[in-house]
Design a protein around this ligand. Structure first.
Ligand code: LLP
Length: 429
């Protein structure tokens, strides 16, 4: 039972030195709990390895994994930048103290308003994903705006097809193979207020094998050789994120240190062999920084046995706080927080409370015999949970409580029913 820095002490699950049962009693459930020291330690590991292995680097935290002001307050002082994909993420990053000159703006269809807003706020770099975006940038840039071009190296990474992003038919990036990447890069020279700095690629998410990253580096550095021959310099290379984490027993991802060491060394060799100038390396880990820092606490409510079929234990959360099982068949594990090391005797499907048959968080898990009122902790919920939560069925998005050294405080406050209905307007023509 090793997820992030969670520990079992006297049969009880703790996180950040806080007892999970006490957290549930103090803040109520459903509740996201976030271990700030764990996230900071992973972020530091990325920075420290690259300092040693590849000193010209930027680690940009991928905001989409978990976006609220507190995460930037935590990560900016550690030297991280941020990758944002919307005006809302950019706003939150700036408000959380992230400096604009460390922000990379991604997205396959940035709106005109977003481009304008980002330029007005001085974002360091756009990761261009369409011809149209160049026109928009050029319309607003008063001084040369740095851009990377998102390329699609066509790597098949072993992950769910919806979180795999560089297959040939992907909506992201320009294909290297069919020449469209080179075409768009050449076309940038038409704009005197756009400065081509390099390439970006991101092959997918929750990837365990380092080979996928190596193949991407092979393909992208081959492309750099080609561009160099046409007189185009590539000063920066953004390899995206995608480093996998542990969700269930049996998942054995590399450590961030291993992922980074391998990437840095592989890239160093590739540029040396191919005789190209080493670009600045940008990496954009999201999930691996925040994923195992988070757990979600739920209270068990209705328990229902369908004879000879299964037993459902329903909790007070569901697809509104965690849509990943219904979207990606994502697997999770859970523990009863005050009987965390008790032998499992029964099998349950952990159901959510939304009015959808598919709202099942864990379809089959062995647990100690559950009783109404038990507090369940679902592990590794720090990434793509709060950020993907919704008000479906007008359920409130759970608050996020930060924990550290036995202390706790809100990182995101609870939503009230009034908050949920705040923007509802009276129909008045
Ligand atoms: N950079 C780019 C350009 C990306 O598109 C992504 C993720 C990342 C970085 C961060 O990847 P990470 O290190 O977190 O794997 N909602 C899905 C994941 C979608 C990821 C999309 N892009 C999920 O819940 O699994």
């Amino acid at each position: 039972m090793e997820f992030g820095n969670t520990k079992i002490k006297k049969h009880r699950l703790t996180i950040g030195g806080c007892d999970c049962l006490e957290l549930a009693q103090k803040y109520g459930t459903p509740l996201y709990v976030f271990d700030v020291d764990y996230a900071a330690s992973v972020a530091k590991a990325y920075v420290d390895v690259l300092k040693r292995e590849y000193p010209d680097f930027t680690v940009c935290y991928a905001s989409k994994a978990f976006c609220c002001t507190g995460i930037y307050e935590l990560l900016a002082p550690l030297g991280l930048g941020a990758d944002v994909v919307s005006g809302g993420e950019l706003y939150t990053a700036l408000r959380g103290g992230m400096s604009a000159d460390k922000i990379y703006f991604h997205g396959n269809n940035k709106t005109e308003a977003e481009v304008k807003y980002a330029i007005e706020n001085g974002v360091e770099c756009f990761v261009v994903d369409s011809e149209r975006e160049l026109t928009l940038i050029s319309r607003y840039a008063k001084k040369p705006q740095n851009v990377l071009v998102r390329v699609n190296p066509g790597v098949e990474a072993h992950t769910h097809r919806f979180i795999q992003t560089t297959l040939v038919d992907s909506k992201f990036g320009f294909s290297i193979a069919d020449g469209s990447a080179e075409e768009i890069i050449i076309s940038i020279s038409k704009y005197n207020n756009i400065n081509f700095c390099g390439l970006a690629c991101h092959i997918g998410s929750q990837i365990f094998e380092k080979q996928s990253f190596e193949i991407a580096i092979d393909k992208v550095t081959d492309f750099i050789v080609k561009l160099n021959k046409s007189g185009i310099n590539v000063e920066r290379l953004d390899l995206g994120g995608g480093y996998g984490i542990k969700y269930v027993e049996g998942d054995s991802p590399l450590t961030p240190k291993e992922y980074m060491q391998n990437t840095a060394r592989y890239l160093k060799n590739a540029v040396k062999e191919k005789g190209i100038a080493p670009p600045r390396l940008i990496v954009e880990p999201g999930r691996s920084i925040v994923g195992e820092a988070g757990i979600t606490l739920y209270t068990v409510g209705a328990i229902k046995t369908i004879k000879d079929v299964k037993t459902y234990a329903a909790v007070d959360g569901g697809m509104f706080d965690n849509p990943r099982p219904s979207l990606y068949d994502a697997a999770y594990t859970a523990v009863v927080v005050d009987r965390a090391d008790e032998i499992a005797t029964d099998k349950y499907s952990i159901a959510g409370k939304c009015c959808e048959s598919g709202d099942v968080l864990i379809d089959g898990i062995e647990l100690p015999h559950l009783l109404e009122g038990d507090i369940l902790a679902v592990m590794s919920t720090g990434a793509y949970h709060y950020s993907m939560a919704s008000n479906y069925n007008r359920n409130a998005v759970p608050p996020v409580v930060a924990v550290k050294d036995g202390k706790s405080c809100y990182m995101v406050k609870p939503q009230t029913y009034e908050d949920i209905a705040r923007n509802d307007a009276k129909i008045e023509f």
